[in-house]
Design a protein around this ligand. Sequence first.
Ligand SMILES: *Cc1c(COP(=O)(O)O)cnc(C)c1O
Length: 299
Amino acid sequence: MFFTEKLRPRVDSLDLPLLTKKNIKVAVLRLDLVDPVVSGNKWFKLKEYVAEALAQNKPTLVTFGGAFSNHILATACFSQKNGLKSVGIIRGEKAKNLSPTLKSALEWGMDLFFLDRQSYKKKEIPLSIWDKYPNYYLVNEGGYGSLGMKGAKSILDFPDAEIYTHILSAVGTGTTLAGLIEASTPAQKLIGISSMKKNLGLENEINALVSEQNKSRFDLVHDFHFGGYAKHDNSLLNFMNEWFALTHIPLDFVYTAKAFYAFCKMAEQNFFPAGSKILLIHTGGLQGNDSLKKGTLIF
Ligand SMILES: *Cc1c(COP(=O)(O)O)cnc(C)c1O
């Protein structure tokens, strides 16, 4: 089955003037290349949930997300590839034109239900879903939870992962960062760049997923949200194009561009001591760029 595949994501070393100047080494873990649809960290976060649903003989996965959610699309595709039905409960009224994300989710066999924002906030499963899919397995919004963390731990399951002094990743729910923390050595520093504005509960939510000795063994940076979740401006879009021109690595505007922009700013401000070896996690999410106007990006 798809979820039992062992993945070996590619590690790309970067060669940039900034890094030479600061005497630091940087590599990018290319989770964006693991699967064209179940991109990046979503593959890792979902696999333990799918394994659990199958073990419990639950034929359907139900989860929550917004109209542009990478998690929704990943759940649709990953479920189908593992022989499960999937249901997405989507925030907000149904739009006349479905987003590219939701259209793809339908193509991967997901059934969609739309909830007004107030009901969505309460995360109540509509009764119609109980009726239609009585034996479902629920995955939290964004895949938040212990099984998501457990799956994300295997992101660092590659040779020489322990040589890095710093590991940096974009953060949404914090599930991926929690897995990285659990899989890292005590000498490694973990840095999470929050893609949301003032998501101040994040630290507690991450601490709830990690073991006692790892609590608060990470730094969260809240200054690079560019106005809030999925918000962006020209400086971010310009950065994405410049980064691609220099490295040939495409970024998404919701998560990875903000994280990699933050990394560049932090490096310029000498956050990383000379001799540091930094691993940037490319968490994927490139499908989200489909919602940008054509021609905005050079890739
Ligand atoms: C979902 C997502 C994240 C956030 O992952 P969490 O585990 O929720 O913190 C980061 N990057 C990309 C590209 C994502 O799609």
